[in-house]
Design a protein around this ligand. Structure first.
Ligand code: M6R
Length: 349
């Protein structure tokens, strides 16, 4: 059932190329984005958006904030559902309430959705499981079409969440990134030579005092997600951090035993991120850079294809961070699909 792969998670990483084609089918058209599930009029009168989610789905929501604010010029707040739920938030009727969930059963996310509905907000779910609790409560649902995800560490569902938010940002902003969307999907094809390289590299990253994943803009939430993947299955401490924020504290941790995975986009804030990497190298941190632009100074370098769109870089880097987490965990001898202390869906508080 794992189709020759060692773990479901590995299979799901490799599946992303095909899955994403499903996610955009009939939606990404040459004439722009179409969603059969929601009529444009549903969005009338919306002045801002709140996104509520947990874990990986929350990270996808953060990417969505950058994309929707940039492409559709609508203000977006992204909230961790377990916080939003208990803080009596200010909910106004001109706000669209979006929940993101793979399972559709996450208790905290579901409760925030009910709360928003009671307050009279329009609600939209981005969800992978039809007829789940969240889908039944939300006014409208856009299904993610990721298929069943078995690995406790979410990979392909995250890919479909980000893709759906990207399409939504095009839809709301009336812009057309048809070609870029198709190219981003191409970028998720796993290159076996690259996978082998990551397998080899992973050896170096086992015995330190922890990881930082750093990036700017959309690569900051990707850094958060890369760190979450690694800690879930390798049990090594990892943090995602905005690259420009390292100097405000965490850089104090830098020494050769501090591992840094730097997401260096050619298209967004390249020079600024590069100088953040330089600062870490100067303080002897062990740095692995992922970029299309070769930089000599870091200990390791994984090259992505040269592209002019940050979302294409995003999807290629996403796969690399997933493979890195996988290979570090495998070297640690862990059961990648059944990490200790975790359940696939969190239906309790
Ligand atoms: O099913 P959901 O998307 O609502 O689940 C949310 C989180 O529990 C989930 O993303 C969790 O963080 C995963 N283990 C991440 O890999």
């Amino acid at each position: 059932k794992k189709g020759g792969f060692r773990f479901y998670m590995e299979k799901e990483i490799y599946e992303q190329f095909d899955i994403l084609k499903e996610t955009i089918l009939g939606r990404n058209t040459e004439d722009g984005i179409k969603f059969d599930e929601v009529d444009k009029s549903f969005f009338n009168g919306i002045n801002n958006i709140i996104i509520s989610a947990c874990g990986t789905s929350y990270h996808a929501g953060l990417v969505g904030k950058y994309l929707i604010e940039r492409n559709a010029k609508i203000r977006v707040d992204v909230e961790v559902a377990s916080e939003l739920r208990y803080r009596n938030p200010l909910l106004t009727k001109d706000t669209l309430f979006i929940v993101i969930s793979q399972s559709g059963e996450t208790a905290d996310t579901l409760e925030t959705l009910k709360m928003a509905k009671e307050a009279g907000l329009k609600t939209l779910a981005l969800c992978n499981v039809d007829n789940s609790s969240i889908v039944r409560v939300a006014d409208k649902t856009i299904l993610l079409r990721a298929g069943i995800e078995k690995g406790v560490a979410s990979t392909k569902a995250f890919a479909t969440q980000v893709m759906t938010l990207w399409m939504l940002s095009n839809y709301l902003g009336d812009i057309n990134e048809y070609e870029a969307i198709n190219s981003a999907i191409e970028a998720t094809k796993v290159d076996t030579a690259l996978h082998e390289k990551i397998k080899r590299l992973s050896k170096r990253y086992l015995h330190g005092h922890g990881f930082f994943f750093i990036g700017r803009d959309i690569f900051f939430p990707l850094a958060l997600e890369g760190a979450l993947k690694l800690k879930e299955i390798s049990y090594i401490h990892a943090e995602g951090y905005p690259a420009g924020e390292m100097k405000h504290g965490p850089i104090a941790l830098a020494d050769p035993e501090l591992f840094v995975v730097a997401l260096l986009s050619k298209n967004i804030l390249y020079e600024k991120t590069k100088s953040n990497i330089e600062e870490l190298v100067a303080r002897d941190a062990t740095v692995l850079t992922i970029s299309s632009e070769f930089i000599e100074m870091t200990d390791d370098f994984v090259k992505i294809k040269n592209s002019n769109h940050p979302m294409i870089e995003f999807f290629e880097m996403m796969v690399i961070t997933q493979l890195l987490a996988l290979e570090v965990a495998v070297r640690m001898g862990n059961d990648v699909d059944m990490p200790r202390n975790l359940a696939k869906s969190v239906t309790v508080e």
